[in-house]
Design a binder for this molecule. Structure first.
Ligand code: SF4
Length: 70
């Protein structure tokens, strides 16, 4: 709740970029995700984006990841 109304926002410090919210959201074009460029700072983690392939399963915010994000 925010100002007495239902409120939704992404908790970016926990987001792994899985895209599920964009897939299930009933409001067209309400949520969008974009690719991060190699060398760009991931504001969710403070880490620089590697040039190696990665996805939500390897994201530093994913507690179940099986690889070191650094
Ligand atoms: S992309 Fe995935 S982890 Fe991030 S906010 Fe959407 S559902 Fe949550």
């Amino acid at each position: 709740m925010k100002d007495g109304k239902r409120h939704f926002e992404v908790m970016e410090d926990e987001c792994v970029g899985c895209n599920l919210c964009a897939v299930v959201c009933p409001v067209p074009e309400c949520i969008s995700l974009r690719d991060l460029a190699p060398g760009e700072k991931d504001l969710r983690t403070g880490l620089l984006v590697s040039d190696k392939y990665a996805n939500w399963t390897t994201h530093a915010n994913n507690p179940m990841r099986t690889v070191d994000p650094a």
